[in-house]
Design a protein around this ligand. Structure first.
Ligand SMILES: [Zn+2]
Length: 724
């Protein structure tokens, strides 16, 4: 008897000792008292890195994410070299030592940015070798003065006849730095993969060139895209400074910021806002005062450049620049982003009076927003940006690509019931077949889409200043990294997230060591739970913050994070009081029966598309999608969401690909009623605009099926609400 009690006592003591060693706390972001020993962080006098990027290849996708990357590799990204005229190796300015030749603008580096990284991530020799051809040509092309790449590249959408006009001829007097900004991203990834010192040498020499040229020649006003997008140039200068510490790079960074369009300023003069003056505003709408609060309203420019002031904050620590970035984000969402899916209804360019959920976002806008959020997560450590990455990646991005990843769509909207090859002007800005899935078309998106998933994968985990790791964005994956006292750790995240609530982290280390692991607790979650080796963590866990677990980790440790999902209805008071339905990080859309109709890709492409001779239209067809079921439903909402909604879980798809209506592992049955007067809009060929909710309907109650918005290529995800 006595023996037994003693044994129990020893057992209890050992548990206490184990848990005493664990320090578990809730933090807004990792503190920056230390500097990470294993990975390159911001160097003084820059503001310290809150989170630090791991080199490409450190994180490998698993599960559905691996399936997605394989589809991308076997689909358009992996085969674009045989389709796109810009990737033709004949007479290509990007392959020329002197920078002469055709096809020399943004397309090659856009494509290479994601294509090469897929090779590094999946260790695919064929892709790495192909990417190397383009990278080597960049090294070979560096001139005596430091410039590299194409000598002069016409913006690809400018027609041959227009190249002789005075304005275009004048533009040639100034250097267009924009295409090189993208190639610098490609070089950084190549360096992370290879440690090839030629990258450091090339970038140093190129930035010396930028440092020494006349102030007005850097990001000249003659080149619109370069001047607007200088933030990308700034990022690369900071990247190099962190590796070499050469102080003149900081002066160059200041110079680039001064030369970049003012993304911090408000109250611009209307005629200084270049793009919108070329677009027509809606009849009956005046230019609103708030329209002068951003320097540019092109959707990709906003998604890409709203972060620029926060990058400048790294240089000077002045928080007004950080605030300017948050303000930029809020200005576009306030006026054009009162819709689900994380993006904003801009079409190509945001126009006052066109803010219905039927307005779309460019695929380029989607991937650039994700890239910006990844930057901002590292700069601020603010979980907001991680939540937002997931919102876009799970709800908006998949629908802009065909399920087989063989074709892309230029514009995708929260409400779209037609995906055809017609022009929908003035409902959609601007003219062209923007809504079909065409592998030959949408020149910029056709090449720029590649970065979306590889960059997402590279940013699932980040290093922390205190030599730990942070799980910032969740998806099935494995991370390999150095932590603590030079310890190698490998963490497998077994999960079907965002479709499952459970995230299991299997930890392997080459020795037991103390280091922190930070887990992001998404802001949407309610009553999250964490177990370490089966023991429940009793410390309070707060949504919207990180849980920091500092302990001696050993091989075989298992952490289980449970993020229970609930149905919630978001009302968009500023967009006709419409409603969208969320279940955890997923937003749901009406299951519209999608009728795919095959078309010839060369006959349905946008005017600025170019493809190689022999590109096979049979192998690379275009698809239009038409609705084969009714879509004009309003939701019947009840205070008790159990009355209006029922969640139905289905088997996990055998092909591991959950992003189609047929394979969706979660459905929601919802109570609804038809709204007969909500019809197709005959003038524009688009879904009719929303009416103010609540809406009268005398139709009978019906159950409708909702599916995850990310997998539905035709969708109603902003619903009218039926008057009770
Ligand atoms: Zn685009």
């Amino acid at each position: 008897m006595f023996k037994k009690i003693k044994l129990q006592l020893i057992f209890l003591l050992s548990i206490q000792v184990m848990s005493c060693g664990d320090e578990i706390s809730t933090v807004n972001s990792p503190d920056t008292l230390e500097t990470n020993k294993h990975y390159v962080s911001n160097r003084l006098p820059l503001q310290p890195s809150k989170l630090i990027k791991l080199p490409v290849g450190s994180i490998k996708p698993e599960g559905w994410l691996l399936e997605y990357l394989n589809r991308q590799k076997n689909g358009l990204t992996g085969n674009l070299g045989e389709i796109s005229a810009w990737l033709d190796k004949k007479d290509n300015a990007w392959l020329s030592k002197s920078g002469e030749g055709k096809w020399g603008w943004e397309e090659v580096p856009y494509w290479l940015k994601g294509y090469a990284n897929i090779g590094y991530i999946t260790e695919d020799k064929e892709i790495i070798d192909e990417a190397k051809i383009w990278i080597e040509a960049v090294f070979d092309s560096q001139r005596e003065n430091g410039f590299f790449g194409p000598n002069y590249a016409w913006e690809s959408y400018i027609a041959d006849v227009d190249r002789k006009n005075e304005l275009e001829v004048k533009k040639r007097e100034a250097i267009d730095f924009w295409p090189n900004m993208i190639m610098l991203y490609c070089l950084q990834s190549y360096y992370e993969y290879s440690k090839d010192e030629r990258v450091i040498q090339l970038m140093t020499k190129y930035f010396k060139f930028q440092f020494e040229i006349q102030e007005e020649d850097l990001l000249s006003n003659k080149h619109y895209w370069a001047r607007i997008r200088g933030g990308d140039n700034l990022h690369s200068v900071i990247w190099l400074y962190n590796r070499t510490g050469e102080k003149w790079l900081l002066s160059l960074a200041d110079k680039i910021y001064r030369r970049t369009a003012p993304w911090t300023s408000r109250d611009h003069e209307l005629d200084k806002i270049e793009n919108p003056m070329r677009m027509e505003k809606r009849d009956g709408f005046e230019w609103p005062i708030w329209y002068t609060d951003l320097i540019d309203w092109h959707n990709v420019n906003i998604a890409q450049c709203f972060r620029t002031p926060a990058q400048n904050f790294l240089l000077n620590g002045d928080k007004k620049y950080l605030k300017a970035t948050y303000d930029n984000f809020n200005i576009i969402r306030e006026h054009f982003g009162q819709v689900p899916g994380g993006m904003f209804g801009s079409d190509e360019i945001s126009r006052p009076g066109y803010d219905d959920p039927r307005q779309g976002i460019e695929l380029c806008g989607i991937v650039e927003q994700m890239n910006s959020n990844e930057h901002l997560l590292r700069i601020t450590g603010d979980i907001f940006w991680a939540d937002h990455i997931e919102n876009i990646a799970f709800n908006s991005f998949p629908a802009s690509v065909s399920p087989d990843f063989k074709a892309v769509r230029y514009l995708t909207s929260p409400n779209m019931v037609m995906s055809d090859s017609e022009t929908h002007w003035p409902g959609i800005a601007n003219h062209g077949p923007f809504l079909n899935f065409n592998p030959f078309s949408s020149r910029c998106c056709q090449h720029n889409h590649t970065q979306g998933w590889p960059y997402f994968i590279e940013n699932l985990w980040m290093a922390t200043p205190d030599n730990g790791l942070a799980a910032v964005v969740y998806s099935p994956s494995i991370v390999n990294a150095k932590v603590g006292d030079n310890t190698n750790v490998s963490i497998t995240n077994r999960t079907n997230y965002p479709f499952s609530d459970d995230l299991i982290f299997d930890i392997k280390t080459d020795k037991s060591d103390n280091f922190p692991i930070y887990l992001r607790i998404p802001s949407w979650t309610d009553k999250p739970k964490i177990l370490i080796n089966g023991d429940i963590v009793k410390s309070p866990i707060e949504a919207g913050k990180f849980l920091k677990i500092n302990r001696k980790w050993s091989s075989g440790d298992v952490v289980e994070l449970i993020l229970p999902k609930n149905i919630s209805v978001k009302r968009w008071e500023k967009n006709h009081n419409s409603a969208s339905v969320n279940y955890g990080p997923l937003t749901f859309s009406l299951n519209i029966k999608e009728n795919y109709v095959e078309k010839l890709s060369d006959k349905t492409a946008i005017a600025d598309s170019r493809w190689q001779d022999g590109a096979d239209t049979d192998e690379w067809p275009t698809f239009e999608i038409y609705p084969d079921s009714e879509w004009n439903y309003g939701l019947i909402l009840d205070k008790n969401s159990n009355y209006s909604f029922e969640v139905i879980e289905r088997d996990w798809p055998k092909n591991n690909f959950p992003f189609t209506n047929n394979s969706a592992p979660i459905l929601i049955r919802a109570l609804a009623r038809k709204i007969p007067e909500w019809k197709m809009d005959e003038e524009t060929g688009l879904v009719g605009e929303l009416m103010d909710s609540p809406v009268d309907s005398n139709e009978t109650d019906e159950f409708i099926e909702l599916v995850p918005m990310g997998g539905s290529r035709l969708r109603i995800s902003s619903f009218p609400v039926i008057k009770n």
